[in-house]
Design a protein around this ligand. Structure first.
Ligand SMILES: [Zn+2]
Length: 455
């Protein structure tokens, strides 16, 4: 009886997730009508049904987790979904979230008196030797932050209020608890990482500043400086061979690449890449932003890792398939781990040697200097985004970031503009010469804080 009813609910859960997956795909691929609000409304109907929720609450204590572990787990996940829905599926909240998502996807930037795609602005920041032009390209993304500012604050405040009504400290507390992540452990782990990496981070920034001949590094200097010597040459990674090399690597690992239901699209999107698992395991699609060099490869490999997780998901129960649209039904940390397993191939010495043909001496320099420097910069970028978010939300919010996501739009003159300095546990890296520009609004909006996904 329980099982039958649950099967029916999960069939509906899957078809609602499919509709939301299609709407999200359409938002970023531009292929069809992105009916995010309609799709979300459908899902909200299922997940805010009071009688089903009460029924589940009654069933759960009657199921013995030792005898029926899968049934117990399904019910427990359903319970989590009902909890998250009491926040995420409130109409006002998801309408705000969808409006932000649409604006981020469709925003038209202007640069030097004409429209410019986001990828071009990023390219200038990475590659243009003219520092002033890099700065202007960085500033050109600020109007998006300004346009999103009020909605973002309202969304954060609403989510916190609703979460407190449910007995959580705030939305962060709810997000972490539903993903079964212990906040104290998470913070301690990040603090330990930051502590261990701080000396190398400081040394890296100092050497990058020397290389550029500047006294202070600004946000528009870092990517450029890294590309002046702290990376393998782009010539090893031609963009038009990225997918071919990705597929041949996956084939060599034993995946039957040609018959897997994974679609790939190269397109200008707000992230480096994004995988949309529309129907698990039979339809997944990934978008990757046109970029260059090794970073383009690692992003494409990362997204393919997400795709592989989706198409090799074997459980028949939709609630356990890790659809990403309902918090509580997906473990973002696990998914990112799966994706990074794939991305790591594009950073491995044996892969760089045999597939790309990087000479041994360069590989040694890459492993001893380049990769550790890139890693600490990435780590502190992530931690600084967390710190910025924490400040932005009045100390009630912080987020975990990952490589695909960009950084936060900030209030001019706010505390949170002490960007690269105020990272992680607070203490500034000794000797680091990084300064944020206190007069300017830092561009971009954080993509990675449950605006529409937890990744
Ligand atoms: Zn990812």
């Amino acid at each position: 009886m329980i099982a039958n009813r649950l099967d029916g609910m999960e069939a509906e859960f899957e078809s609602d997730n499919l509709r939301l997956g299609e709407a999200t795909w359409n938002t970023y691929s531009g292929e069809g009508v992105p009916d995010l609000d309609g799709a979300q409304e459908q899902l909200a109907l299922l997940l805010t049904g009071e009688s089903d929720r009460r029924m589940l609450e009654e069933w759960l204590p009657k199921v013995d987790p030792a005898r029926e572990p899968v049934l117990f787990r399904r019910l427990a996940i359903w319970r989590s979904c009902y909890v998250s829905s009491a926040v995420d599926n409130v109409t006002e909240i998801y309408n705000l979230k969808n409006r932000l998502q649409r604006r981020i996807a469709e925003f038209e930037f202007e640069f030097e008196g004409r429209k410019a795609p986001r990828s071009e602005l990023q390219k200038i920041q990475r590659n243009d030797p003219d520092r002033g032009r890099r700065h202007r390209a960085w500033l050109a993304t600020a109007p998006l932050a300004a346009a999103n500012h009020d909605d973002l604050r309202r969304l954060i405040a609403l989510r916190n209020r609703k979460s407190r009504n449910l007995g959580f400290r705030d939305y962060v507390d709810l997000v972490l608890k539903l993903q079964e992540i212990e906040e104290g452990w998470l913070r301690a782990t990040l603090d330990r990482l930051a502590e261990a990496c701080r000396p190398r981070y400081a040394a890296t920034l100092a050497s990058l500043a020397d290389r550029l001949g500047v006294s202070h590094m600004s946000p528009w200097d870092i990517s450029f400086a890294i590309r002046q010597g702290l990376q393998l040459a782009d010539s090893y990674f031609p963009s038009d061979r990225a997918l071919q090399r990705l597929f041949s690597t996956a084939k060599a690992l034993g995946f039957e690449v040609d018959s897997l239901p994974i679609r790939t699209l190269v397109r200008d999107i707000p992230f480096g890449g994004y995988n949309v698992a529309v129907k698990i395991p039979s339809d997944t699609r990934f978008l990757v932003n046109p970029s260059e060099g090794q970073a383009f490869y690692t992003t494409a490999f990362h997204e393919y890792g997400h795709s592989l997780q989706a198409v090799f998901t074997a459980t028949p129960w939709p609630i356990l398939k890790e659809y990403e649209w309902v918090m509580g039904a997906r473990t973002a940390a696990y998914s990112e781990g799966m994706a990074e397993v794939m991305a790591q191939f594009a950073r491995r010495a044996d892969w760089l040697s045999s597939v790309v043909g990087v000479p041994d001496a360069e590989i040694e320099r890459y492993e001893c200097q380049v990769l550790p420097a890139q890693s600490v910069i990435r780590l502190f970028d992530l931690l600084s985004n967390s710190a910025k978010l924490h400040t932005f939300s009045g100390g009630l919010f912080h987020a975990h970031g990952i490589q695909e996501r960009s950084s936060l739009g900030l209030q001019p003159g706010s505390e949170s503009q002490k960007t690269v300095r105020s990272v992680g546990t607070g203490a500034e890296p000794t000797g680091a010469r990084v300064r944020s520009d206190h007069r300017q609004r830092a561009p971009e909006i954080p993509q990675d804080f449950q605006v529409h996904k937890s990744r």
